[in-house]
Design a protein around this ligand. Structure first.
Ligand SMILES: CC(C)(COP(=O)(O)OP(=O)(O)OC[C@H]1O[C@@H](n2cnc3c(N)ncnc32)[C@H](O)[C@@H]1OP(=O)(O)O)[C@@H](O)C(=O)NCCC(=O)NCCS
Length: 295
């Protein structure tokens, strides 16, 4: 189905694929939508300013493996949404609608557009992490068939800057790709090779080695990146070596009590809690991991 066909006649809303010029409006709206919501609930802002929200929006719009859509009314952008298609599983978001246009089904149209796309491409599954205090997005995603799989704390604070004897953390190289993807496959049942390759090329990926064997990796310890390892100690080594966690910070499964408590003991703080929601292929991870805000 053409994505224009998703917007019902008479609403004046049109859904179309995003182009580079949309990043200015889409970035501002993304900042305002998240900031307004956070203010209403007394939470800190996800993005500190418009520029911080606009940077990932522009990157997503221009990424060849991300499907990007905007909602338009009277020729004016009023919202955007994204489908990251770099892996077996596609990641939705961030979705945002102009605060003045919310609660009038624009969010649903933007979700329909990316779900239609995933369906057309026969994606085995789609996922997202949903900010738990946002009742509307929780209701919207659940009505669209998505299921809650678990809760995750975004952890932020001062870098730990510690190394653990026997756990060598170093930048990942192209030679490490197979080991990284094998760990992901073992824990999640699918690899995230596209993201791993990009992170290695960008110089942000790190691996941890024990006795000369790679036992875990991170594409970067942060909100937009993921990590997979054999044990929590491998994850601890990767976290403790990171220069900066950014805000809202990296994501720790709350079912991993050992890792969560350790983060708290290091002085890190919870920014907010998110729910993993999935549609389609899903298996419970078997091993140590930290998701990105996508999944
Ligand atoms: C999330 C967001 C994109 C949704 O867009 P929207 O246009 O406001 O939402 P819609 O009107 O399309 O859909 C809201 C749905 O949730 C339902 N809903 C609203 N409040 C609800 C509640 N408290 N409990 C359950 N369902 C609720 C509505 O009934 C509606 O369902 P319907 O389409 O079956 O009628 C928008 O609110 C937004 O930009 N929020 C700020 C950014 C954000 O939080 N993004 C998501 C991060 S997880």
């Amino acid at each position: 189905m053409a994505i224009e066909a998703l917007a019902p006649a008479g609403t004046g809303v049109r859904i179309r694929e995003a182009v580079d010029a949309d990043w200015v409006d889409a970035g501002r709206i993304c900042y305002e939508a998240f900031a307004t919501l956070a203010d209403q609930h007394g939470f800190p802002h996800d993005f500190p300013n418009v520029a911080a929200a606009s940077e990932p929006i522009r990157w997503l719009i221009n990424h060849p493996r991300v499907f990007a859509v905007v909602a338009e009314r009277d020729g004016r952008v009023i919202g955007s949404n994204f489908l990251d298609e770099r892996g077996t599983i596609s990641a939705i978001g961030p979705i945002s609608v102009d605060p003045h246009a919310q609660n009038r089904h624009v969010g649903r149209l933007l979700m329909d557009a990316v779900l239609e796309r995933a369906h057309a491409r026969e994606a085995p599954g789609v996922r997202l992490l949903q900010i738990a205090y946002h009742n509307r997005s929780l209701g919207l995603y659940a009505k669209l068939g998505m299921e809650v799989r678990g809760a995750f704390a975004a952890m932020h604070g001062e870098p730990i800057r510690r190394s653990f004897p026997g756990y060598d953390v170093r930048p990942a190289t192209p030679d490490d790709e197979y080991a990284c993807n094998s760990h992901c496959l073992r824990v999640h049942g699918h690899a995230r090779a596209g993201e791993v390759r990009e992170a290695i090329d960008a110089g942000s990926a790190r691996v941890v080695e024990r006795l000369g064997r790679i036992t875990g990796y991170t594409t970067r310890v942060g909100y937009f990146s993921h990590s997979v390892a054999e044990t929590n100690d491998d994850l601890r080594a990767l976290i403790a070596e990171a220069d900066d966690f950014g805000t809202p910070g990296f994501l720790v499964p709350l079912s991993n009590n050992d890792l969560f408590r350790w983060c708290l003991e290091q002085g890190l703080r919870v920014f907010f809690v998110l729910n993993l929601m999935t549609l389609g292929l899903y298996q419970e991870p078997e091993g140590a991991y930290m998701p990105s805000v996508g999944y």
